[in-house]
Design a protein around this ligand. Structure first.
Ligand code: GLU
Ligand code: MG
Length: 461
């Protein structure tokens, strides 16, 4: 895409006309146009449906200061963001226009951000992800991705967090307690064209999880936004509050936002059928090793909130150590081969140390750029780990290169800044903003207790 020239604007006008035909008779009044900011919050501007064509061709105005919004809506002053000057244009991607099943009268489309001259904004996360996908495609590499979504349900009629279900982890009791809600979630997502693969009560208090089918990376990031806003809307109809926060309560497990990735080359899938460890092909090993090597830096994208580091603790299935393993739920990177016989379609790698405070576009761009660098550099993996890393004595762990991941936002920001490959790919503006944002949230929260951080974050993402 790159540039909105007259021809591209004409294409968008035609797409809008087509979309309006699709929406006719569906009782849609408004279209929510969303992007995810650098703190991981979905922000929105909406237009009445009559204005959709204008928005598609000319965009909707938005300040570049949104690049600098922190999770409490204060605005940090970064090196490339935060000022009151200038304007951007939000252009809906009408290929993803969806009638929202949880909000009557509303449709939704994700936006790309351009400047007023029609150039892609250098800090547009969705455009960055699209460019990353294109970069892989230049080497005949096609990635698929899916975000696993975990959330906790609080009662809507009480302050703080009162779990909205009491049944046991993975318990049928809990599914029965929230049976109508769960039915409405599955119905809404089906009506929105989201392919849900699995739904279950999770380990934490009133916690649930759903997984969706893998799709192209931009589609997967869009789906993660759509699913979360749908869950929130359906929850509200049932008098429930929905938390995607990495840590809903100080004690216990948090909400992860694990990313599943697979990649194919011209000769087939890279993560299975090879002669490398766990059946990886040589480029497949490079892909996984490229991510493993860069996990500390990638946490600036995937664990972007102070609450992320309350979640990222050993023995909570969050993957607090930089290591990989086959079906190891305590490894930050879990290789999943799938049932014997299904490997070609099911083998994938799960990045577990990340959560739903992440901007899904930035995170996928970082993961894919890291994997790409690993393929290019023919990176190799250390031996797979088949135990909980925290069960290994500390000195032995260090000898085996199994290091704890960054413990806070400052460490993650420093690791990100030190990664020449990622920062070059993200560009000077976006790289500086990512580091500045993490440091600004660190400054906002470092004097707070865990309880205060949890309170501040619980309902924000
Ligand atoms: N809730 C765990 C987390 O924080 C993950 C549980 C699971 O393995 O699905 O990541
Ligand atoms: Mg889970």
């Amino acid at each position: 895409m790159g540039m909105l020239d007259a021809r591209e604007r004409e294409r968008r006008r035609a797409a809008a006309a087509h979309s309006l035909e699709r929406l006719a008779g569906l009782d849609v009044v408004g279209v929510a146009l969303t992007w995810v900011d650098n703190a991981g919050l979905t922000r929105v501007k909406a237009v009445p449906v009559e204005r959709l064509e204008h928005a598609a061709v000319w965009g909707v105005g938005a300040t570049p200061a949104f690049d600098a919004f922190l999770l409490d809506d204060s605005i940090m002053s970064g090196r490339y963001s935060g000022g009151p000057i200038g304007d951007l244009r939000l252009h809906p991607d009408l290929d993803r226009l969806t009638v929202l099943a949880g909000q009557q009268g509303w449709a939704w489309a994700p936006v790309d951000r351009f400047d007023q001259d029609g150039r892609e904004h250098p800090q547009c996360a969705r455009a960055l992800l699209r460019r990353t996908v294109d970069k892989l495609a230049q080497q005949d590499l096609i990635a698929s991705a899916a975000f696993e979504i975990e959330w906790a349900l609080g009662r809507g009629d009480a302050p703080g967090f009162i779990p909205a279900a009491g049944g046991p982890a993975y318990g049928m009791t809990r599914l029965i307690e929230l049976s109508d809600y769960s039915r409405d979630v599955l119905t809404a997502l089906r009506d929105e064209g989201v392919v849900v693969e699995q739904y279950h009560p999770e380990y934490g208090a009133a916690q649930f999880e759903l997984s969706v089918a893998a799709e192209d990376p931009v589609g997967a990031a869009d789906t993660s936004v759509l699913v979360r806003q749908t869950l929130r809307a359906i929850g509200q109809r049932h008098g429930l509050r929905t938390s995607f926060s990495p840590k809903v309560l100080v004690e216990g497990v948090g909400n992860g936002g694990h990313v599943h990735l697979s990649v194919r080359g011209p000769d087939g899938p890279l993560l299975t059928g090879g002669a490398g460890p766990a059946g990886l092909t040589a480029p497949g090993e490079g892909f996984v090793a490229g991510i493993l090597d860069r996990l500390p830096a990638l946490l600036a994208l995937g664990a972007p909130s102070a609450a992320s580091y309350l979640r990222l603790v050993p023995s909570h299935w969050a993957g607090a150590f930089a290591c990989w393993g086959v079906e190891n739920r305590e490894a930050a990177i879990r290789l999943i081969s799938g049932a014997t016989g299904s490997e070609p379609t099911s083998a994938n790698v799960e990045v577990k140390c990340v959560d739903a405070a992440a901007n899904p576009y930035l995170l996928l761009a970082g993961l894919l750029a890291a994997g790409h660098a690993g393929i290019d550099g023919a990176s190799t993996l250390p031996p797979a780990l088949d135990v909980d890393p925290s069960s290994i004595p500390e000195n032995e762990r260090a000898e085996r290169g199994v290091l704890p991941l960054p413990a806070d936002l400052e460490q993650a920001a420093t690791a990100f800044e030190g990664d020449a490959e990622l920062t070059a790919w993200f560009g000077p503006e976006l790289s500086a903003t990512v580091a500045d944002m993490r440091r600004a949230e660190h400054a906002l929260t470092h004097d707070m207790s865990a309880e205060e951080i949890v309170e501040l974050t619980r309902w924000r993402h």
